[in-house]
Design a protein around this ligand. Structure first.
Ligand code: CA
Length: 234
């Protein structure tokens, strides 16, 4: 299965990095440009499967890029806007954008929109989003994570997790046995769009422990490393 290529035109460097990191983790190939002219040129040259397009850009703005591309290209376009007022503009001008997200948005939401747009366009999704092979199930002790369905089970019982609890547990699974600092966890799981400090990590660990520890007051699965962070024992 060919890997879908997602193009990003966005001038905010930290957001480009977060988008690339999360899209690649979801199984996509990414290409990025930081201004309008370079972006337009990149899309025409590389013919990506989908475009994530910021509206306010140096060079040509996102609206004009949309207008230009729509003359001869049919790729799905997901618009990023900084303000709600711009949404009226996007919809009103009927630029042919397929979807939009207002900043700040969660990476989880963005990935879901990307999957949906690609599916609608009839493109195959990466294995992490589409296929249901055995490789998509992660297991540790009595816990299983079904990456395709984004479902967690403890034994045979489904374990309802909030989105960030799910992300955190997945991160722990992938770094089993490793000492992880709060800052590291915060950066990797919450990324650029988090608002809280590293206390956020502690709160979510506490919630997760209630759901996965045999005795949450004496945790053995997610152990606290004094003064630094946590280690997932499995
Ligand atoms: Ca911008």
């Amino acid at each position: 299965m060919a890997i879908a290529t997602i193009a990003i035109i966005e001038d905010e460097e930290s957001l480009v990095e977060a988008l690339e990191y999360n899209l690649q983790r979801a199984g996509y190939r990414t290409i990025a440009a930081r201004d309008g002219y370079a972006g337009l040129e990149m899309v025409r040259r590389e013919r990506p499967d989908l475009l994530i397009l910021d509206l306010m850009l140096p060079g040509i703005d996102g609206l004009e890029i949309c207008r230009q591309l729509r003359k001869d290209m049919h790729l799905p376009i997901l618009i990023l806007t900084a303000r709600d007022e711009e949404v009226d503009k996007i919809l009103g001008l009927e630029l042919g954008a397929d979807d939009y997200l207002t900043k700040p948005f969660s990476m989880r939401e963005l990935i879901a929109r990307v999957h949906a747009l690609l599916r609608r366009a009839g493109l195959s999704l990466p294995a992490s989003a589409a296929g249901a092979g055995p490789a998509q199930i992660l297991q540790s002790g009595d816990l299983t994570i079904d990456l395709t369905r984004q479902e967690v089970r403890r034994g045979d019982t489904p374990l309802p997790l909030k989105p960030k609890e799910y992300d955190l547990l997945l991160y722990f699974f992938r770094h089993k046995g490793q000492a992880l600092s709060r800052e590291q966890i915060l950066e990797q799981v919450w990324g650029w769009d988090y608002v809280g400090g590293s206390r956020t990590v502690d709160v979510h660990v506490r919630w997760l422990r209630r759901k996965i520890e045999p005795d949450p007051s004496h945790p053995t699965r997610i152990v606290t490393l004094r003064g630094t962070g946590y280690r997932f024992e499995g």
